[in-house]
Design a protein around this ligand. Structure first.
Ligand code: PHE
Length: 342
């Protein structure tokens, strides 16, 4: 019996001091397994008198359950420690960048979108949105671009596998939101519609395949090209300040007639000509024009009663010119040295 007491205190000490799960399991085998001293004692039971056998047997069973309980308790401790260590190892400190703590901020394109919305709201426009996945009808047909129209090839459209082939797409421009808005509400309409667009394009210094546009639409009685030109002029000085000038050049879009291209002085070279503007001194920021009567007819608005203008500007390019960024692609490389400047 006194041997058992020594054996128990040694065993408890060994289990308690195991510093890893492997060590603990080895200890368990040594202390309670086939070749353990405890088992040696058990083997002597058969030679004892029945009275003693019963007593020692009981004692051995009790001892075994105490050791099992000590094992389970230590195992639980070691498992918890191992979990805590793993969690600490896997923890990512997202506040620390190369040893410097800094706060995140909105991406420049998001900031620009917010600023554009504010500018247009101050000019009396409301803000609307539409889906990025569109139907061929909203994106093309209702905009006076019937099937097989040559203008379709200019959009580098990405189609979505849904329904009939080429019936569903990720929008290559925000103009389908004009259609949705005119179907939803009767004129007068004064609205801008910002959002992401997609084209099958290769990234270049002044374009990326997943870009953003802000569409503008005005429908009212007696709207003229003069209203369009004046609105664009007012917008340009409100957004860029006095140093950037804009011009409208004759353009062509199936959904506007007449149409124009909206260009501003290249902010990189201040109009002298550089790589970013292909030596022209100007950067095209978007298109605009008077809403085509066929577009009004597609949404059941009487073109004899109502007239209007529309524009679609590239948000990324507006940001690029406002901050004189020679290559737009740097905004999407996720290099914090670049994005952190805004
Ligand atoms: N949707 C045209 C484009 O992306 C731009 C535009 C919008 C032109 C509205 C005229 C009127 O190319």
């Amino acid at each position: 019996m006194s041997d058992l007491a020594v054996l128990e205190s040694d065993a408890l000490a060994r289990l308690g001091s195991a510093s890893s799960l492997d060590q603990l399991r080895d200890a368990h085998g040594d202390l309670l397994g086939k070749r353990s001293p405890l088992n040696d004692v058990r083997k002597t039971l058969g030679a004892l008198a029945p009275e003693d056998r019963k007593k020692l047997g009981q004692e051995l069973n009790d001892l075994r359950s105490r050791l099992d309980a000590a094992f389970a308790a230590r195992e639980e401790e070691l498992l918890a420690a191992e979990r805590a260590e793993r969690v600490a190892d896997e923890r990512l400190d997202l506040t620390e960048v190369k040893g410097r703590r800094r706060r995140g901020s909105l991406h420049l394109v998001t900031q620009t979108r917010d600023r554009l919305e504010d500018t247009f709201v101050a000019m009396g426009f409301t803000v609307a949105e539409g889906p990025e996945v569109e139907t061929d009808w909203h994106n093309f047909e209702a905009l006076n671009i019937p099937p097989a129209h040559p203008a379709r090839s200019g959009f580098d459209t990405l189609y979505v596998k849904f329904g009939e082939p080429e019936s569903t797409l990720v929008r290559p421009h925000t103009s389908p939101v004009q259609i949705r808005l005119m179907l939803e509400q009767p004129p007068p309409i004064y609205a801008v519609m910002p959002g992401r667009c997609y084209r099958k394009d290769t990234p270049e210094p002044r374009k990326v395949p997943n870009f953003s546009q802000i569409e503008g639409l005005v429908v009212d009685r007696g709207i003229t090209f003069g209203n369009l030109a004046g609105t664009i002029e007012a917008f340009t000085s409100a957004y860029f300040g006095p140093n950037i000038h804009s011009r409208l050049r004759p353009g062509s879009f199936p959904f506007t007639e007449p149409s124009a291209e909206y260009e501003v002085t290249c902010a990189i070279c201040e109009g002298r000509g550089c790589r970013t503007c292909s030596s022209t001194g100007w950067i095209e920021l978007g298109g605009c024009g008077m809403v085509h009567p066929n577009v009004f007819r597609a949404v059941d608005i009487d073109p004899e009663e109502w007239s209007g203008f529309a524009f679609g500007f590239g948000i990324d390019r507006l940001a690029q010119m406002r901050h004189a960024i020679p290559d737009m692609r740097v905004l999407f490389d996720n290099d914090i040295r670049v994005t952190g400047q805004f």
